[in-house]
Ligand binder design. Structure first.
Ligand SMILES: Nc1ncnc2c1ncn2[C@@H]1O[C@H](COP(=O)(O)OP(=O)(O)OP(=O)(O)O)[C@@H](O)[C@H]1O
Ligand SMILES: [Mg+2]
Length: 254
């Protein structure tokens, strides 16, 4: 089976700082991968490279059978262009820590805008799907509100709906709850758990260890730009093989 996404030997530096030092990760359809690790370990950079917000210095990236980036034969990385790049961008959705909603647009427009303008899908279909997602995210009655009228948790659920409206094959989350109070965190984690139960393919960077344990099929521990260890939640959280993983987890009650 072809992985939904496959990144191989990914390398990325900012100036003299090597942030990704040879990362390989494949995610299968329906799989939920939680990425954990200390601050500065390269988790966000990995997600930004996988979502084409940063370019790789080395390695390769593919979505399904679509090769997005790979060696150019001269020591650098060549990216596909034009329609192939657009096609790749359509395969994934991304949810950030800060919700990045359009402040002047209603919930409905925030969700429907890209499917209408970028994907050029018919309005009735797009709005019907948006209403379905609004209900699914527990936001019924909010479609006419603007972001400042919503709690942070509600805004984050709008940004999840917005990502889902584009019908991605895989959804990436970068610390989706770290800007939220605990009582708002629960609502966001519960919609992500709902997506996991429906076998949505997801990669989730999180500091919420008990959530990672509940939701993930696989946990990846990253530190210093490498994957130090990965495995089932039981194995990584309960019986880590590497001393670095154990030292990191000692800072959490899991
Ligand atoms: N655009 C950039 N320019 C320069 N350095 C950067 C840039 N983005 C990230 N870095 C550096 O890369 C390293 C890894 O950062 P990254 O944000 O990927 O870590 P992280 O694992 O997501 O950390 P956190 O848990 O704090 O979010 C850090 O040292 C950071 O300062
Ligand atoms: Mg980060």
């Amino acid at each position: 089976m072809t992985a939904v996404v496959s990144i191989k030997d990914a390398r990325k530096a900012f100036g003299d700082t090597e942030v990704l030092r040879g990362i390989s990760l494949e995610v299968e359809r329906g799989e939920v991968v939680a990425v954990i690790g200390p601050s500065g370990g390269g988790k966000s950079t990995l997600l930004r490279c996988m979502t084409l917000l940063e370019t790789l210095d080395g390695g390769s990236l593919a979505y399904g059978g679509l090769e997005v980036a790979g060696p150019d034969g001269a020591g650098a990385v060549r990216y596909v262009k034009g329609d192939a790049l657009k096609e790749a961008r359509g395969r994934f959705g991304l949810v950030f820590q800060s919700y990045n909603l359009f402040p002047h647009m209603t919930v409905m427009r925030n969700i429907a805008d890209a499917p209408l303008r970028v994907q050029k899908r018919p309005r009735p279909e797009v709005e019907a799907r948006a209403r379905e997602l609004i209900e699914k995210m527990g936001l019924s009655g909010c479609e006419g509100k603007v972001p400042c009228q919503l709690s942070g948790g509600q805004q984050q659920r709008v940004s999840i709906a917005r990502a889902l409206a584009l019908d991605p094959q895989i959804l990436y989350f970068d610390e989706p709850t770290s800007a939220l109070d605990p009582e708002l965190t629960a609502g966001v984690l519960s919609v992500i758990k709902g997506l996991a139960a429906e076998h949505m393919t997801m990669v989730i960077v999180t500091h919420e260890m008990s959530f990672a344990r509940d939701v993930a099929d696989r946990i990846v521990f990253m530190d210093g730009g490498v994957i130090v260890e990965q495995g089932s939640p039981e194995q990584v959280l309960g019986a880590a093989k590497q001393e670095r993983t154990r030292a990191f987890l000692a800072g959490y009650r899991t």
